[in-house]
Design a binder for this molecule. Structure first.
Ligand SMILES: NC(=O)c1ccc[n+]([C@@H]2O[C@H](COP(=O)([O-])OP(=O)(O)OC[C@H]3O[C@@H](n4cnc5c(N)ncnc54)[C@H](OP(=O)(O)O)[C@@H]3O)[C@@H](O)[C@H]2O)c1
Length: 283
């Protein structure tokens, strides 16, 4: 695959304080793309600067706080007039568990970050992306391809990300803007610890009898989270970077073995898939 020139390229990565966003910021900086790293705490920006080789500029950006998005836009626009501006929508939360056991505020927060936040950041930065034919890259998940039990809220958000990518792919075609969707499988990041912590919170907060109704599936998916093969965030960063560096970027990049497994599962008719899942969990 031929590579696009990296001259005069800038990227903004949301959620760059840890995990995939952090690793991707470091990766782009290493290959010479100027990075704006979206963080919510100054200390996270300072940690990124410790790894800087070329040019990483931390920007305070909470995807649920519109004024912070607008401030980041104003700052980047002022500094980057004339450069090719690319956006990676990476910030995201995870939430696993049976819907009945979930906390209402957690559901709202996840949709705010993973869906509304992504739309708002994209809408705000589109004029800059469009100006010089930059690119838009959305970080989705295998759960955006197949919605399994225990992931109703998270899958809803990542199906939404798939939908946004698919819609904008054609909407932005007249301007020469490519849109890629990154389907991420299990990556070794903080998210895995956060999932287990949420499980613990759910167990403690739920009425014992209701919890017992869902115990089999909860335990099944706990084992899945632990046993699925994973890759490191740095490997994921390398794959994600291709959406910016490939001369002709793909509509979809699969990252990690978990993503490939979900892509295969998605090929089965939904009724058959449901039966397979039911059998795997309950029999
Ligand atoms: N790891 C996996 O196995 C996996 C699998 C599939 C998809 N993904 C996707 O990959 C992306 C990155 O996840 P990760 O694994 O790297 O998790 P992570 O280490 O927990 O990183 C999540 C990032 O999102 C940021 N964030 C959360 N709420 C935010 C908000 N309101 N505004 C701005 N930033 C916010 C966090 O910032 P703070 O530190 O400030 O909270 C953090 O930088 C997510 O979209 C996730 O859904 C991950």
């Amino acid at each position: 695959m031929k590579n696009r020139s990296l001259n005069n390229q800038t990227v903004l990565i949301t959620g760059a304080s840890s995990g995939i966003g952090f690793a991707t910021a470091i990766y782009f900086d290493n290959i010479g793309i100027k990075v704006y790293a979206g963080v919510r705490k100054e200390s996270d920006g300072e940690r990124l600067k410790e790894h800087e080789i070329n040019n990483i500029t931390p920007v305070i950006l909470d995807v649920c706080d519109y004024p912070s998005i607008q401030r980041a836009f104003d700052l980047i626009k002022k500094k980057e007039e004339g450069t090719i501006f690319n956006l990676i929508n990476n910030a995201g939360l995870s939430l696993n568990g049976p819907l009945e056991l979930m906390d209402q505020n957690d559901i709202q927060k996840l949709i705010d970050v993973n869906v509304t936040g992504l739309l708002t950041v994209t809408r705000t930065f589109l004029p800059l992306i469009r100006e010089k034919m930059g690119r838009l890259v959305n970080i989705s998940s295998g759960h955006g391809l197949v919605a399994v039990p225990d992931k109703s809220v998270y899958a809803a958000s990542k199906f939404a990300v798939q939908a946004v990518s698919e819609s904008l792919r054609v909407e932005l075609m007249p301007f020469g803007v490519f849109v890629s969707n990154i389907v991420v499988g299990k990556i070794n990041t903080n998210v895995l610890g956060k999932i287990m912590a949420e499980r613990q919170k759910m167990t403690e907060q739920t009425n014992y009898e209701v919890y017992e109704l869902y115990r089999t599936q909860i335990e099944y998916f706990d084992r899945e989270v632990k046993n699925l093969p994973s890759i490191e965030a740095s490997e994921a960063a390398e794959m994600i970077s291709r959406a910016l560096t490939d001369e002709k970027p793909k509509m979809q990049y699969l990252v990690g073995p978990g993503a490939k497994k979900m892509k295969i599962l998605a090929l089965f008719p939904p009724k058959m898939r449901g039966k397979m899942l039911y059998k795997a969990i309950f029999k």
